[in-house]
Design a protein around this ligand. Sequence first.
Ligand code: TGC
Ligand code: FAD
Length: 389
Amino acid sequence: MAFEGVDFLGLEDLLSDEERLVRDSVRSFVEDQVIPIIEDHYMKGTFPSELIKPMGKLGYFGANLKGYGCAGLNSIAYGLIMQELERGDSGLRSFVSVQGALVMYPIHSFGSDEQKEKWLPQLQTGSAIGCFGLTEPDSGSNPAGLRTQARKEGDEYVLNGTKAWITNGSIADIAVVWARCEDDHIRGFLVEKGTQGFATHDYHNKHSLRASVTSELIFDNCRVPEFNLLPQTQSLKQALLCLNQARYGIAWGTVGSAQACYDTARRWSLERKQFGGKPIASHQLVQNKLVHMLTEITKAQLLVFRLGQLKDAGQVRHDQISMAKRNNVAMALETARMARDILGANGILSDYPVFRHLANLETVSTYEGTHDIHTLIIGQSITGISAFE
Ligand code: TGC
Ligand code: FAD
């Protein structure tokens, strides 16, 4: 009897009933409502906005936060949501990551009571959409070099600058924007859609993350009331804390995309026959690939499971999150490439999810800190020496 699953070490047994329930419910949502439409959206380059309200209703946005209608789930259950969503598509997981980890989390952690009451309930249900603007055309890996300025004038801040590569940019009702104040400190601001001097511009020619909106945000003497400054933001540190939340979700999410690719490749290898009518799965070289894929997926699962325990215990370090993001994205990318190879020519078709995952994972490897930037973060942590400059 062949092992047909993707959970080789039976991590299932370590999950609580609630965690299993959450995982199964997201899995059903993805099977029923995402898989049937996602390829079409991907090929057309559109985001499946019809899923926003249902996902809000199911509690996926800010699911690990407490209060304001949020589910207050633990980190493992939250991670499992990301895993199942990314089994569907990285763009969908990105939407949920940005909404929860990069918009709701900073408002929840660094916002005033008024900001929390105004925005968190709407963001939680999906009746408002958020985006997070840190990256700029000339500062990606090095956000400390950002040039967007916030000048205080009376009871307003005047923003000038450009943010690049912003997920959900043009569809967002609220943007969390990181800007340099006159005292040289980087702080976070809430900029509402439609504010005078704020414009967006979408990237349309992407080969990756096609079922996701990516935009430039342009601030040209954009005036926001003082009320829109996130009062607990004093430096880049608060932006980095947001990244930790999103990177944690990515580390779980990429296990899902890798599982989808492995599962597709295993099934295919058992059906596809070459050389004398034997399935290609009967060849040692193909088995070697499948074994490698499942072993790496299993190791990645263990990594995020332990990370979740540390996070819930309030003990997780950012360099530990970097290790999981770095390893798991690379693992998923390699798994997707191997799956594509096992499917042969069929691997490039949109009849199978493999090439879509492969193309998406190229972005996932770059955003939220590139593979090499995470290498340097971990390198700095274990040697005490910064190799960034
Ligand atoms: P460095 O000298 O290394 O560190 C300065 C201080 O910050 C601390 N630190 C962190 N603290 C908390 N969380 C983190 N992630 C932290 N990273 C660094 C560090 O310990 C140090 O503290 P202290 O007390 O010793 O002063 O900082 P640096 O200025 O050289 O910066 C390097 C850094 C950290 C910015 C770089 O390594 C980095 O992370 N670059 C990547 C930028 C990035 O990830 N951008 C993401 C933009 S958002 C996005 O991509 C969204 S995609 C959509 C989706 O998620 O789906
Ligand atoms: P660069 O920083 O120019 O890096 C280019 C190459 O140089 C990489 O290989 C990198 O590893 C290498 N490199 C850079 N510095 C060093 C060094 N010191 N040592 C060795 N190698 C180095 N950003 C947001 O703020 N919000 C979003 O919502 C968001 N969504 C995104 C969605 C998509 C689809 C994409 C593609 C990006 C998104 N980003 C977002 C931006 C993303 O975070 C950046 O692309 C990423 O941080 C890398 O920056 P960069 O593209 O400018 O590359």
